[in-house]
Design a protein around this ligand. Structure first.
Ligand SMILES: N[C@@H](CCC(=O)N[C@@H](CS)C(=O)NCC(=O)O)C(=O)O
Length: 304
């Protein structure tokens, strides 16, 4: 763990906010691409990260695998932050660490060095590093360079307001809620996060008992955003982040939804279950000081 301060990497744990509650810093690069062209933009991701995973799924479902290249960093995020792997080096600037990509974009950058990163080869800079924006950019702005997309859009105009409201509704209690539970440093902050998390899971479980997807019968960005948290839940969040009131497998409709999305080969191909486990248990010694990665559980995501 660490961050950049005036362009220099500084090691250190995440500071917690008042009363032991985890506070996620705001994202810094929030632009939209200037001119879309196949081969111009690049994604830096970790397959372990739920936020980056959203962008990988969007890229796959929208037929952008050829148009937008990807580099996957090592799941082990240590004192120097995200690091490139020998088998998948940085194709643009030959960086060793992701923080060097950030300082290449902005030499005096101050802030966290996070994935995903959408990089522009023409301007030699970061366009955007907020997963929610990048999902929308890939879905809408990149439509002209999509080839054989599996879905025409994941943000249909008539559903955009509902999708945005749903993304908002699941963000704090669920997507970020698991982190608030896991990174809490007081009992009170943990209790609050876990209660909110399971109330929200119960709510959306009931919704999915009545309809196929979060916004009705069409798969949207909101489903992708929920999926990337759900697929990590029984594997990691249940034990590592102490979100152990119930499993996703104990929520019939959430489990049906999780399995249904995972059954799409394009989505399954983006799911790196071993990398996910390694990342969380190894990279967060504040939560797991021994860095031991557990052998179980074995997830059954097969559709019966
Ligand atoms: N709001 C960002 C959050 C991204 C994020 O926090 N990614 C994590 C990985 S799961 C990360 O890179 N953390 C490194 C750090 O905070 O130092 C988004 O949705 O894109």
């Amino acid at each position: 763990m660490g961050q950049l301060v005036d362009g220099t990497w500084q090691q250190g744990p995440l500071a917690s906010g008042s009363k032991g509650a985890f506070e996620r810093p705001a994202t810094r690069f929030r632009d939209t691409p200037t001119a879309i062209a196949a081969g111009r933009y690049h994604l830096y991701v970790s397959t372990a990260c739920p936020w980056a995973h959203r962008t990988l799924i969007t890229r796959a479902l929208r037929g952008l695998i050829d148009a937008v290249s990807v580099t996957v960093v090592s799941p082990k995020m240590g004192d120097t932050g995200w690091e490139f792997r020998a088998e998948d080096p940085d194709p643009i600037g030959g960086a060793t660490f992701l923080h060097q990509v950030y300082t290449r974009a902005q030499p005096d950058y101050t802030g966290r060095v996070t994935v995903p990163v959408l990089w522009d080869r023409e301007t030699n800079s970061i366009v955007n590093n907020e997963s929610r924006d990048v999902m929308r950019i890939l879905d809408v702005d990149f439509a002209p360079v999509a080839v054989n997309p599996l879905f025409a859009t994941l943000a249909p105009p008539d559903l955009v307001t509902q999708i945005d409201n749903t993304l908002d509704a699941i963000y704090q209690p669920i997507n970020n809620g698991v982190y608030k539970a896991g990174f809490a440093t007081s009992q009170e902050a943990y209790d609050t996060a876990v209660r909110e998390l399971f109330a929200a899971l119960g709510h959306w479980n009931a919704v999915l008992g009545k309809q196929r997807y979060l916004c009705g019968d069409q798969l949207t960005e909101a489903d992708i955003a929920l999926f990337t948290t759900l697929v990590r839940f029984d594997l990691v969040y249940y034990s590592h982040f102490k979100c152990n009131v119930k499993r996703i497998a104990d929520h019939a409709h959430l489990q049906r939804f999780l399995k249904e999305l995972h059954a799409m080969p394009a989505i399954a191909a983006t799911c790196d279950l071993d990398g996910i486990k390694t990342h969380y248990y190894w990279s967060q010694p504040n939560v797991n000081p021994s860095r031991i990665v557990p052998l179980g559980p074995t997830l059954d995501l097969s559709v019966t």
